[in-house]
Design a protein around this ligand. Structure first.
Ligand SMILES: *Cc1c(COP(=O)(O)O)cnc(C)c1O
Length: 397
């Protein structure tokens, strides 16, 4: 028999989410997750994926995956440290190190896992972490896991970071101090002020940690935010994901040889969770090859991003201050945001609402993710639907 306490906890809290407009219904995509998707038998223009370059459905990745499954099998068979390190894993790590301009790379099963792994492998209860208040949930959880003192600084506020770094350093309380930030903030599309962060870090001997999940494949000719600013040799930890622009699944940490050596010895998701299967690794290798040799997809992504932003701005929407293709359309009220998204979907545009706790309360938004795979016609259609629904709901004039 189910626990009564559990039943009460679940039903009360689920009802509460529904009442507050925070209840998320999960839709099922029938078939591939491309620029047009099928949901409930209906074709919709997809503006909700992180598949920035359209690589998730690219035939070159699919072929590489099929081939590797045939030569290496369906699964890797073990954790990396026992005998789950296949030649393919080493190839991917070497390729990524070249791509990121760092000495070495370690690959994990997901970007989320990178943050579970890397922060707690070097930080402990005698240390402090300066963390941007809008950092991704996996960074927040990774910091908690380390037991270090977490000091939040105001979003991209360099004066606040500097004064908190100074106070932490001068307190003499901590062995090590780290500063940690998203490279690109996923809900607003703004870029971390890495040149200033590096300067502050060098002044106070901070360890620098950039989670570039949304920058990899997008900025710096694909190599990410750190490369974009020319700081490849001045950031200690660069986290990347293989799940967004790369189009598959997984994550990696790029850094010095010694750092990667330590993570291979001590980071727990590497030691205690089975490595990625051959098909996944081979598809990632194919994706990185494409990124290193062909900048056209990245150009197309940015062109599409600009087109969509210009269109929505011209209609009178608040699209925030994104500096990347991420295009938020800020509505505010959670319930209204969800109604708006529902109407967009009914009109053939799959653009999901994002509300608290993913973004602060009262800043509900539709987050539009244009990709390189969208055509101009698709985006024109999207802008037309935004006009129709926005006027109908009195969101624009
Ligand atoms: C998406 C994201 C992750 C998680 O990456 P996965 O590979 O999907 O697990 C981690 N950090 C940031 C900043 C992200 O945006």
């Amino acid at each position: 028999m189910a626990s009564q306490a559990l039943d009460l906890f679940l039903s009360t809290n689920i009802e509460d989410l529904k009442a507050k407009g925070l209840y998320n219904v999960i839709d099922t995509v029938q078939g591939p997750n491309g620029p047009v998707i099928q949901i409930d038998g209906k074709s919709l223009i997809n503006l909700s994926s992180n598949n920035y370059l359209g690589l998730a459905t690219d035939s070159r990745l699919v072929d590489a995956a099929v081939q590797a499954a045939k030569t290496h099998g369906a699964g890797a068979g073990a954790v990396r440290t026992i005998n789950g390190t296949l030649d393919l894993h080493n190839q991917l790590e070497e390729k990524l190190a070249g791509f990121k301009h760092t000495e070495a790379v370690i690959v994990y099963q997901s970007g989320f896992n990178c943050n579970m792994a890397a922060i707690s492998a070097v930080m402990d209860s005698n240390d402090a972490i300066l963390s941007d208040e809008l950092n991704h949930a996996s960074i927040i959880d990774g910091c908690r896991l380390s037991k270090a003192k977490v000091i939040r600084y105001k979003h991209s506020d360099m004066e606040d970071l500097r004064s908190q770094a100074k106070a932490a350093k001068e307190s003499g309380l901590y062995n090590k101090i780290m500063v940690i930030t998203d490279g690109v903030f996923s809900m607003d599309g703004d870029i971390a002020k890495l040149p200033e962060i590096v300067k502050i870090a060098e002044e106070f001997d901070l360890i620098t940690y950039v989670d570039d999940a949304h920058g990899s494949g997008v900025l710096g000719e694909g190599a990410g935010t750190v490369k974009h600013f020319g700081l490849s040799d001045r950031i200690d930890f660069q986290i990347g994901t293989l799940s967004k622009a790369i189009g598959v699944v997984g994550g990696y940490v790029a850094g010095s040889k010694q750092l990667i050596e330590w993570l291979k010895l001590r980071s727990r998701p590497f030691l205690f969770s089975t490595s990625q299967p051959p098909a996944v690794i081979a598809a990632c290798i194919a994706a990185v090859d494409i990124l290193m040799n062909d900048k056209e997809l990245i150009d197309k992504l940015w062109k599409n991003g600009r087109f969509l932003k210009d269109g929505l701005r011209a209609l009178g929407y608040d699209i925030g201050h994104s500096e990347t293709p991420i295009t938020p359309c800020i509505i505010g009220d959670e319930v209204k945001t969800q109604q708006f998204s529902k109407r967009l979907i009914e009109e053939g545009v799959y653009a999901k609402s994002i509300v608290f706790p993913t973004v602060p309360k009262g800043t509900g938004r539709i987050r539009n993710m244009p990709t390189a795979a969208h055509t101009k016609e698709m985006l024109e259609q999207v802008i037309g639907v935004y006009e129709k629904v926005g006027k109908e709901m009195n969101l624009i004039g």
